[in-house]
Ligand binder design. Structure first.
Ligand code: DQA
Length: 141
């Protein structure tokens, strides 16, 4: 099984961006963490990040066509994008929505997600460990 780990806008800035909120882990470190977790679990993983909504939509369409589950941290698009939700609704192999920070303890506009209602599961506020938890859940499912 291959899992697509997709990160949206500004997550390429991990490590530099608001470290008090998102921690010191860089996106390159996050790729290493996901690959190490996948190796332990005996699954394949592809980890990608884009600031472009169109590119994310394309990757989600590809995952839907390939029947691959997705771990998605859509960043701010979580709170704004009906298009992303519509694309994710096609993911029959599973969708885990991940947020590094506890969005519910932050500004009101972060409390609503267009994705949660169609996600298989949601992991919030566990830092980058949330990605490993999501991979474990999908591998054991
Ligand atoms: C985030 C939370 C979002 O509200 C924010 O826009 C992000 C990151 C998180 O991982 O905590 O870019 O998805």
């Amino acid at each position: 099984m291959r899992v697509q780990v997709l990160n949206g806008p500004n997550l390429g800035r991990l490590g530099k961006r608001q470290p008090e909120v998102y921690g010191a882990t860089t996106h390159a470190d996050l790729v290493d963490l996901c690959e190490a977790t996948a190796a332990q679990l005996g699954i394949e993983v592809t980890v990608r990040q884009s600031d472009s909504e169109a590119e994310l939509l394309g990757w989600i369409h590809d995952a839907a066509d390939a029947g691959e589950p997705v771990v998605l941290n859509a960043g701010a698009l979580t709170h704004t994008s009906v298009a992303l939700r519509d694309a994710c609704a096609e993911l029959e192999a599973g969708l885990v929505e991940v947020h590094i920070s506890n969005v519910h303890a932050r500004e009101d506009f972060r409390h609503h997600s267009y994705l949660s209602a169609i996600a298989t599961g949601v992991i919030v506020g566990c830092g980058v460990a949330g990605y490993s938890l999501a991979l474990r859940f999908l591998a054991e499912r």
